[in-house]
Design a protein around this ligand. Structure first.
Ligand code: PRP
Ligand code: GLN
Ligand code: MG
Length: 490
């Protein structure tokens, strides 16, 4: 789940792109990059690591121009290597750099088509390089370099690409192009800032990036829409695909996005609080005479839900785990060994909150079970009398194929297991999951009743349809085992 940002400014934009990426860091910790354009020169600097590690003063000084894009990466395709860091660059036509959040599900077919029909080579395993080349080819087929030509090219992308994608592209001689897949699976928001020198525009994965840069949030980029902001600051927008089922990714609200972001006019913080309410109500229905002494969140993401859940139950909310702020998010780490080790390094219990108590631990989701297995044990070791575990999301039983790296069902702790079996495996005294209908209602809230989402990792229903054999191929390419082998060079 990468973070993307693009800015058309009235002055140099590199520093603002850097700041934007630092607040999108939670979306990808593996690699980061910025591309800027000035005159006929497009500059790209990218590398593995956190934003603060990838850029130094020297690199920043080279990134000149008033138009630019940035990316922080959490890989869902290809390797974690340096050459798959983004933005990707292609010199023809005009010089284009592109940054992509999401995952294409017809990458192989597109790669072949691009080689055989479009006569373009894709030099990495990245689906984002494929996306860039589809856009480049479609733009090449247009007459001239105008906003209309770029929007026609976006139409071409929507015709050919399948999957989840939100993308920003820098086209030399034109400006910034942004687009979002026809189902709107991946988020993208548009903002504006007035300056003495004129209007500036920014697009970003999450509105928090606009907030910290001082841009006013205008609206989400619509599913299937294309946007062009010329280097002179003119905004052009057009619907570039037939209307499709709207399916924003529900996992953004569960885990990925920052709580201070608004996605599709829904506050992530409020959505998480409502998840806590519905889960609390379920607990009261199932165990009206519960013996819970204290509700303890598993930091960070579950805090908003856990707090409201405690309110509904009428029991104390306590911070029982201290998080080491220098360890990143564990779920988006590439290997299981690293994920497992990091939970221990990251979270440490305060024994007095556990001793002789019946504790209800709350997490936003249980995916591989890496976190919860260790946390339940830590709570016991810290003296808890009983350890209950509640998940603000339903069991994850299906792969995510639109930009969250859960490609292989074998790695999911809920795969092929009943809730009782998962409870036994995680070693807790009681395990309770949110129901999917409650989760969807909680995210939609009162303002958007009946709103639909991509909830495929919970439901197994995929809005784009799936080609036969896709899951097996994905498993071969992206299981933890396959990644380990690739890293070892086997
Ligand atoms: O079942 P698992 O495979 O362990 O995955 C789920 C856990 O991973 C995430 O935490 P993470 O440490 O990534 O980030 P956070 O600090 O934002 O909660 C999520 O919040 C759960 O705690
Ligand atoms: N998480 C993402 O959005 C990943 C983008 C792209 N598929 C990559 O692997 O680089
Ligand atoms: Mg967590």
């Amino acid at each position: 789940m990468c973070g993307i940002v693009g800015i058309v400014g009235t002055t140099e934009v590199a520093a603002a792109l850097y700041d934007g990426l630092t607040v999108l860091q939670h979306r990808g910790q593996d690699a980061a990059g910025i591309a800027t354009g000035k005159g006929t020169r497009l500059r790209v600097h990218k590398g593995n690591g956190l934003v603060r590690d990838v850029f130094d003063a020297e690199a920043m000084a080279l990134l000149d121009g008033r138009v630019g894009i940035g990316h922080c990466r959490y890989p869902t395709a290809g390797s974690e290597g340096h050459d798959e860091a983004q933005p990707f660059y292609v010199n023809s036509p005009y010089g284009i750099a592109l940054a992509h959040n999401g995952n294409l599900i017809n990458t192989d077919a597109l790669r072949q088509e691009i080689f055989e029909t479009d006569r373009r080579n894709i030099n990495t395993e990245s689906d984002s390089e494929v996306l860039l080349n589809v856009f480049a080819h479609e733009l090449d087929g247009q007459r001239g370099l105008t906003p209309d030509a770029a929007l026609n090219a976006v139409e071409g992308v929507h015709r050919r690409a399948r999957g989840g994608y939100a993308a920003v592209a820098l086209v030399l001689g034109l400006g910034l192009v942004a687009f979002r897949d026809p189902n709107g699976i991946r988020p993208l928001v548009l903002g504006r800032r007035e300056t003495d020198a004129g209007t500036e525009y920014a697009v970003a994965s999450e509105s928090v990036a606009l907030d910290i840069l001082g841009f006013e949030r205008m609206r989400d980029v619509a599913p299937g829409e294309g946007i062009v902001i010329t280097a002179r600051g003119e905004l052009h927008a057009r619907q570039c695909a037939e209307p499709s089922d709207s399916a924003p990714c529900i996992f953004e609200y569960v885990y990925f996005a920052r709580p201070d972001s608004m996605i599709e006019n829904i506050s992530v913080h409020k959505a998480r609080m409502r998840m806590g309410v519905t889960l609390g109500e379920k607990i009261l229905r199932e165990r009206p005479d519960h013996d819970i002494d204290v509700v303890i969140p598993i930091p960070d993401t579950s805090r908003d839900s856990a707090m409201e859940l405690a309110n509904v139950l009428g029991v104390k909310y306590r911070e029982g785990f201290v998080k080491n702020r220098y360890v990143g998010r564990t779920f988006i780490m590439p290997g299981q060994g690293e994920r497992a080790k990091s939970v221990k390094r990251k979270l440490n219990p305060i024994p007095l909150e556990f001793r002789n108590r019946v504790v209800l631990l709350v997490d936003d989701s249980i995916v591989r079970g890496t976190t919860s297995k260790q946390i339940v044990q830590m709570a016991r070791d810290a003296g808890a009398r009983k350890v209950y575990l509640a998940s603000a999301a339903p069991p994850v039983r299906h792969p995510n194929i639109y930009g969250i790296d859960m490609p292989s069902v074998e790695e999911l702790v809920a795969n092929g297991r009943s809730e009782q079996e998962i409870e036994a495996l995680l070693g807790c005294d009681w395990l309770v999951y949110q129901d999917l209908a409650d989760l969807e209602a909680a995210v939609a809230g009162h303002k958007f009743p009946g709103k639909t989402f991509d909830s495929s990792c919970f439901s197994g229903e995929y809005v784009t349809g799936i080609d036969p054999g896709y899951f097996e191929r994905l498993r071969q390419l992206r299981s933890d085992e396959a990644k380990k082998k690739r890293r070892a060079g086997a």
